[in-house]
Write a protein that binds this ligand. Structure first.
Ligand SMILES: C[S@@+](CC[C@H](N)C(=O)[O-])C[C@H]1O[C@@H](n2cnc3c(N)ncnc32)[C@H](O)[C@@H]1O
Length: 228
C-alpha cells in the first residue's frame, strides 16, 4: 500500500525538495516518458493563448523553462516563476526567471497578458488559491493555457495508461533519476479534482469561458480561458 500523500506545508516542502533532486535529468526523463509528446503539448498550449507577439506571459511553475522557450519563439515576452532553485538552475532559457511561490506572486494586479502553467496543478497546496492568483495578475481579456496530465475516458486506453503511468514511468524514472520521485508523480494525480470540478473552479475564479481540450487520447489535458 502507498503512503498517504502529504498535505499543506508538508506537501509544499516535499514537492520543492523532490524537484530540486530530479532537476538535472528532468528534461531527459520527460522526453523519454512522454515519447516527446510534452513538447507538442506545450506548443499547442502556446498557440491556444492566441496572443499577439510582444505580449507579456507569466509561465507559472516554469521548471526548466520549456514553456518560456516556446513563448519566446512565438515572439512573446515570457517570465518564469518557480519555487525550486534546482529546477531554475537547470533551466535553458533566456527569459527572466523568478524564485517564487506561485500561490503568492510578487507581481502587481492586472500585469500579465497571458499565463501558462505546465503539469503543476496537482503539485500546489491549494488549487483555488492558484486560480485566484492567476485571475489577480492577469489583465481583463488576458488568457490562460494550463497543461496537466489526465486519464483517458476509454476503458482500454485507461487500463494501458494505468500500467504505463504507475509501473513503467517509476521504472524508467528509477533507472535514469529517482524512483521515489517518479512513483510520486503518478500518485499525485489523486490531488486533481474531477474534470468538471476543475472547470467549475476556473469559471468561479473569473474565467467564465474556460474549457478543456483532451490531448493525445486523453493522457493530457489543456485548460484554456479568458479573464473576465
Ligand atoms: C512537473 S514540474 C513542471 C515544470 C514545467 N512547467 C514543465 O512543463 O515541464 C512542476 C514544477 O512546479 C513547481 N512548483 C510546484 N508547486 C509550486 C509552487 N507553489 N510555487 C512555485 N513552483 C511550484 C515545481 O518546483 C516544479 O518545477
Amino acid at each position: 500500500m502507498r503512503a498517504p500523500l502529504p498535505q499543506g506545508e508538508q506537501k509544499a516542502r516535499a514537492v520543492r525538495s523532490m524537484f530540486d533532486g530530479i532537476a538535472r535529468r528532468y528534461d531527459l526523463v520527460n522526453r523519454i516518458m512522454t515519447f516527446g509528446l510534452d513538447v507538442w503539448w506545450r506548443r499547442k498550449a502556446t498557440r491556444a493563448l492566441k496572443l499577439a507577439p510582444g505580449s507579456l506571459v507569466f509561465d507559472l511553475a516554469c521548471g526548466t523553462g520549456d514553456f518560456c522557450r516556446d513563448l519566446a519563439r512565438a515572439g512573446m515576452r515570457a517570465v518564469g516563476y518557480d519555487f525550486s532553485f534546482g529546477m531554475l538552475a537547470s533551466a535553458r532559457t533566456t527569459a527572466p526567471l523568478v524564485l517564487a511561490d506561485i500561490l503568492s506572486l510578487p507581481v502587481p494586479d492586472g500585469r500579465a497578458d497571458g499565463i501558462t502553467c505546465g503539469f503543476a496543478l496537482r503539485n500546489v497546496v491549494e488549487l483555488k488559491t492558484l486560480f485566484a492568483e492567476m485571475a489577480r495578475v492577469l489583465r481583463s481579456g488576458g488568457r490562460i493555457a494550463l497543461l496537466e496530465v489526465s486519464e483517458p475516458r476509454s476503458r482500454l486506453l485507461r487500463w494501458g495508461h494505468g500500467i504505463y503511468f504507475n509501473k513503467i514511468v517509476p521504472f524508467i524514472g528509477g533507472l535514469l533519476s529517482d524512483r521515489a520521485a517518479y512513483s510520486y508523480l503518478p500518485a499525485s494525480v489523486a490531488y486533481l479534482p474531477p474534470r468538471d470540478e476543475l472547470l467549475d473552479m476556473l469559471h468561479a475564479a473569473g474565467f467564465p469561458d474556460a474549457r478543456r481540450v483532451s490531448l493525445s487520447g486523453g493522457v493530457a489535458q489543456l485548460l484554456v480561458g479568458t479573464r473576465a
